[in-house]
Design a protein around this ligand. Structure first.
Ligand SMILES: [Fe+2]
Length: 253
């Protein structure tokens, strides 16, 4: 498999505000595959203020089990679906919280088989202590934070802040939509051109207003920056996949 690795999706059924059913999840997965994605990380939201970590892991596991059962059922009815499913990895989108570097269970919310964690930062200017906390996560637990949807912070973050974070090993994910909206396209392309973005994600939540648009973004990036820019994104995905362990592999079904 050599397609894109979408590291940010809400494809698990009824695990958060994403997919509302297993049927919708399968539609989302097939849509992603049709757009060139061969691997997907399911990243349901984790809010430390309201989620008990153990309860979150149980909910995520139960949701994955329901989805896998439904996939088997659908393959039983129609073999051709097997050809349109990406491999699925488990992860989570962890909302930033103070002293998160001291919480051991975060390693279980990393992308399965890796020490990389998708982190959703606050939607207001970040304090230096917050950035420091991300660095501590690397130092204390060896976990590399991946900043989710950097485009959502374009309103306030400064590039110098990003340079410092990149120098300290923090990784960056950008949403596909950022390349398709007039208000964010220019800066998204600029960051991509400067090699300041590691991963492209769909952040898809459903098949309606937040359906996957990663295919359109790939076309836009190639048109504006050429194939080389996409090779970097593809390469990072492959690198990540080397250590990562899929929970669902199409060839095993
Ligand atoms: Fe998300």
């Amino acid at each position: 498999m050599s397609g894109y690795f979408d590291i940010h999706t809400h494809v698990l059924p009824r695990a958060d505000d994403g997919s509302s059913s297993s049927a919708e999840s399968i539609e989302m997965l097939c849509a992603l595959f049709d757009q060139g994605v061969s691997r997907v990380v399911a990243t349901p939201h984790f809010y430390a203020s309201s989620d008990e970590p153990e309860e979150f892991l149980l909910r995520r596991g139960a949701s994955m089990d329901r989805l896998l059962a439904r996939i088997d059922e659908e393959i039983g009815k129609d073999e051709s679906i097997r050809e349109r499913l990406p491999d699925i990895y488990l992860g989570g989108e962890v909302e930033f919280f103070g002293a998160m570097s001291n919480v051991d269970i975060l390693s279980e919310i990393c992308i399965s088989g890796t020490k990389r964690l998708l982190v959703e930062m606050p939607f207001a200017p970040w304090k230096p202590s917050m950035i420091e906390e991300l660095y501590m996560l690397r130092i204390k637990q060896g976990i590399t934070p991946i900043i989710a949807h950097i485009d959502r912070y374009f309103g306030f973050f400064k590039s110098e802040m990003l340079y410092d974070m990149l120098d300290n090993g923090i990784e960056i994910q950008i949403n596909a939509d950022a390349f398709l909206r007039f208000s964010t396209r220019r800066r998204a392309l600029e960051l991509m051109r400067m090699g300041m973005v590691h991963y492209l994600g769909s952040d898809t939540h459903n098949m309606g207003r937040r359906a996957p648009r990663i295919g359109e973004a790939i076309v836009e990036i190639e048109k504006r920056l050429g194939k080389e820019a996409l090779k970097i994104i593809l390469g990072n995905g492959s690198y990540l996949a080397k250590g990562a362990a899929p929970l669902f592999k199409v060839e095993d079904r």
